[in-house]
Design a protein around this ligand. Structure first.
Ligand code: AHG
Ligand code: MN
Ligand code: MN
Length: 340
């Protein structure tokens, strides 16, 4: 048997990767590794249900039935509960918050309370499920600031630069898990035959500039003039490699940002006359994706300020988002700042 490890990365499971990352930090307790492992299990449980979505009408009632009735739960509610239940008892977390719940999600008293806080968007892009379009789960991890017991709003309302890890799962033609703990961004693809995430995208780097933009252009007439001018500018001939930027918009943020991470370019969700701060949520969407994209060499801004420097004041607050290749985000900021 050849015992050299020439192709070791082919068999790098997520679990092993997390342990090797931990071993680089001699003082790490392993609690964090356990937390990431629990998240990877939680998203596999969500994925299992997402892949069955198209069969619900054929197979009838599923185990997504609630206890009192025969109603099939919406998938985003299912995902929300699944993640909460997969994470509440492992002893890593002191509190959670999710896009689907108005208030904080407390850890039951009879379970151990840990030093981390988790915020998540259980199913991003869920409006697309019926058309079999890519959706995903986004998560953000913070270190608690209070000392013990139940986590509080102070633990949760921290700016994005305080995140200690973030990532997402992508339910697409294959399922991916992309995460960072501040030491590069790593992507894993699920091998469903063995149920393991295998390292497929080591140390992802976003191109410094891209040639693709993503925005819901249906809102064009609600944008401020500088925003319109910016998008018009991207469409000018010769703007990127002798041609205009290409427009791509899936309408699932996590999928649009994943493509932007892979190919470069920019994703924008600006404020407009109807929604001053756009549509996307700072704590569950913008901060974790900003953490990923910055750790891959890109940038994320609300048009003026770095996303991760915004100081949150409410759990469900929104912010505009310009995220992607560093040069593209800076161009966008320059356009938006022009005084006329
Ligand atoms: P969610 O499904 O978690 O509510 O998020 C929906 C978000 C995001 O995924 C997507 O990019 C955006 O809404 C699309 O908004 P528009 O339909 O306004 O373009
Ligand atoms: Mn979302
Ligand atoms: Mn959602």
């Amino acid at each position: 048997m050849d015992t050299t490890h020439q192709s070791a990365s082919k068999f790098m499971t997520l679990e092993r990767h997390i342990i090797e990352e931990k071993n680089k930090h001699p003082h790490a307790t392993g609690e964090f590794s356990g937390l990431l492992h629990s998240i990877s299990l939680a998203v596999k449980l969500v994925w299992r249900e997402v892949t069955k979505a198209g069969l619900v009408n054929i197979l009838g009632k599923t185990d997504r039935m609630n206890v009192t009735g025969d109603e099939v739960k919406k998938l985003d509610e299912f995902a929300d509960e699944t993640i909460y239940k997969a994470m509440d008892h492992a002893g890593h977390l002191c509190v959670m918050a999710s896009e689907e719940n108005e208030d904080l999600l407390h850890i039951p008293d009879h379970y151990q309370h840990g030093k981390y806080v988790m915020l998540y968007d259980p199913l991003d892009g869920s409006g697309n499920i019926d058309a079999n379009i890519t959706v995903g789960t986004i998560f953000s991890i913070l270190m608690r600031v209070t000392n013990s017991g139940n986590g509080t709003m102070d633990d949760v309302l921290q700016p994005g630069y305080k995140q200690v890890a973030a990532g997402y799962a992508l339910f697409s033609s294959s399922m991916m898990f992309v995460y960072s703990t501040g030491h590069g961004v790593h992507g894993f693809t699920l091998d469903p035959s063995v149920g393991e995430f295998l390292l497929s995208h080591e140390n992802i780097r976003i191109p410094q500039r891209g040639a693709i933009y993503a925005v819901n252009e249906g809102n064009y007439n609600r944008w401020e003039p500088n925003m319109r001018r910016y998008i018009d500018w991207l469409k000018i001939e010769d703007k990127a490699d002798g041609r205009p930027y290409s427009g791509r918009y899936i309408g699932s943020l996590v999928a649009d940002v994943h493509r932007t991470l892979m190919y470069g370019g920019i994703y924008c969700y600006p404020g407009d006359t109807k929604n001053k701060n756009g549509k996307l949520r700072l704590m569950y969407e913008n901060n974790p994706l900003a953490y990923i994209v910055e750790n891959a060499g890109g940038a994320a801004s609300d048009g003026k300020t770095r996303i991760m420097d915004l100081v949150p004041t409410a759990l469900h607050q929104k912010s505009p988002l310009f995220i992607g290749s560093i040069d593209d985000v800076r161009f966008a900021e320059e356009f938006l700042a022009v005084k006329r």
